[in-house]
Design a protein around this ligand. Sequence first.
Ligand code: HEC
Ligand code: HEC
Length: 470
Amino acid sequence: MSGAILRSSAALLGAVLLAGCGGEGPSAAPPAAGLSAQAQAGRALFFDRTLSASGAQSCATCHVPGRAFTADPATDRGLPVPLGGRGMDLPGFRNAPSLVYAALTPAFDPESLTGGFFRDGRASSLAVQAQQPFVTRFEMANADAAEVVMRLEASPQTLAAFTAAYGATVLSDSAATLARIGEAIAAFETEAPQFHPFSSKFDYWLQGRASFSDAELRGIALFNNPGKGNCNACHPSARQQYSDHALFTDFSYDNIGVPRNWAIPANSPDPVSPVSGVPLDYVPAQAGLLSDAPYAYYDLGLCGPFAPPATDPAPRRTYGAGRCGLFKVPTLRNVALTAPYFHNGNAADLHQALQFYVTRDINNNQGNNPFWVPAGPGGNPYAAAGSFFVNADGSSALYQYNDIPLAFNANVNVGENPYTPPTFSGGNEPTLTAAEIDDVVAFLCTLTDGFDPDHPSAYSVPAQCAPQAR
Ligand code: HEC
Ligand code: HEC
C-alpha cells in the first residue's frame, strides 16, 4: 500500500509563525498556545456543534476530553454506543475509542495486519477519518460535503480559524474543503499536548519519580508474565517503533470472542431508535453470512460490514472469512477513564473485562462448549456466576462466541494466555485469580494521565480501581 498519508503533513507547516491567528473558539476547548494555524482551525472545528445537522453534536460530544476523549454513556441514555443524527435519536454501532495517542497509530499495513484508523482500520489516516462523522447519518448527519461547508460559512469563529489556515478560495469546492477540514482536525489531534501527555503514574514510575504500591507492582508483573496475564503480548508495556513511549497496543488485529451486546440497538431483530422509535434502516445488510447464522446483523471488524470511505485515497481492502471478527488492539493508556470496554462496550468495568478474559472458555453455558465444567467441589468456580454469552432475554446462549456466526468461530484466538481454555481435570484455575485481577486493575489504573510527581497524593483514579476480591 502506498504511503499517501496526510496525517502528519499539516503538523509540519509553520507552527510558530502562524500561532495566534485563529480566534478563541468555544470556551470548552483547551488552550491553543503553540498550535499551528491548521491545528487551531482543527481545534475550533473539533468543538463546534453548529457543524452538525442537529446543531447539538461536535466531535467532542462523542470524544469528551475528561473521559480521555471517549463517549459518555450518561449522555447517551446509558447506551454503549453514541447517539447522533439530525434528531439526535440514532444510535451508532460501536463504542467510541479514546483519541489520546491516536495520532501515533501507524497507517494500515496489509503485510503485518496492523494500524489504520477506526476499530477496523478502514480509514487510511486521521485526516480521512475526521471527515467521516460530518457526513454519517447517525453521527453529525450532514447530507454531503456541501452541507458541511454551508454550516462552516455560518459559524464565524470557526470560519475565521479555517480561512486563516487555508484561505477562503477553497470554500468554493466543497469536497476539497471537507478534505482540509479533515487535515485541520488531524493536525489538532497530532499537535495538541492533551493528545500525547505521557503524564501517567506509570511514566513517572519508569523515571523513578513515582513509586508503585505492592498491588501495582504485582499487577505489572502479572500483566507482563506470559504464563499469567500475558497482556503484554498484544498491549506491550515497553516502547516499540511507534513512539519513544510504551503505547500498550501493538496495533495488531485479533478476535477475542467478545459476547454480543444486546444493549446495542442494531443487535436486535427489527431494530428501532430507543429515543424516537423510528426503524434503524441504516443497519447494514451483512453480505456472505451463512444462512444458519441466527442474526441478520453482526459487527465483524476487518471483514465488514463497514467499508473504507469512498473518498479514501488509500483504501484498505475488505477482508474475507478468515479475518471476520478481528478488531484492532486498543491502547490501554487512560483505560480507567473510558468504560465501557471492547468494540461493543460489552464489559461495564475493568474487573468485568478481566473476568471475561480469564473465564471466557469456562464460564459459559454447557451448550456447545467442550471445555465446560459443572460447578461443585473441584469444579468450575465460575459456573455460578453465569455466562457472559447470553441471548437477548438473558438466558444462556446455545453457542459461545455468540457475536460471531459459527462458521467463523475458528477465528477466535484460543491459543494464547489469558484465554487458553484451562483444563479442570488437573485442577487448573483460570490464569488470573480474583485477587490477581485486582492487582492487574490496580496497575491499569496507573496508566491514567495527570500524575504530578510533586503532589503524588493529588493523583486520583476512578472508583473502579479499588480491589473487589474478598
Ligand atoms: C456520534 C458519536 C461520534 C462523533 C460525533 C464523532 N465520533 Fe469519532 N468515533 C466514534 C465511534 C463510535 C468510533 C469508532 C467507530 C468505528 O470503529 O467504526 C469513533 C472513532 C474515531 C477515531 C478512530 C480512533 C482510532 O483509534 O482508530 C477517531 C480518530 C475519531 N473518532 C475522531 C473523531 C473526530 C475528529 C470527530 C469529529 C469530526 C468525531 N470522531 C466525531 C463516535 C463519534
Ligand atoms: C492476543 C491479543 C491480546 C491479549 C493477549 C490481550 N488483549 Fe486486551 N485486547 C485485545 C483486543 C484485540 C482488544 C479489542 C477487542 C474488541 O474491541 O473487541 C482488546 C481490548 C482490551 C480492553 C478494552 C479496552 C477498551 O478501550 O475498550 C482491555 C481493558 C484489555 N484488552 C485488557 C487486557 C488485559 C489486562 C490483558 C491481559 C490479562 C489483555 N488485554 C490481553 C487483544 C489482546
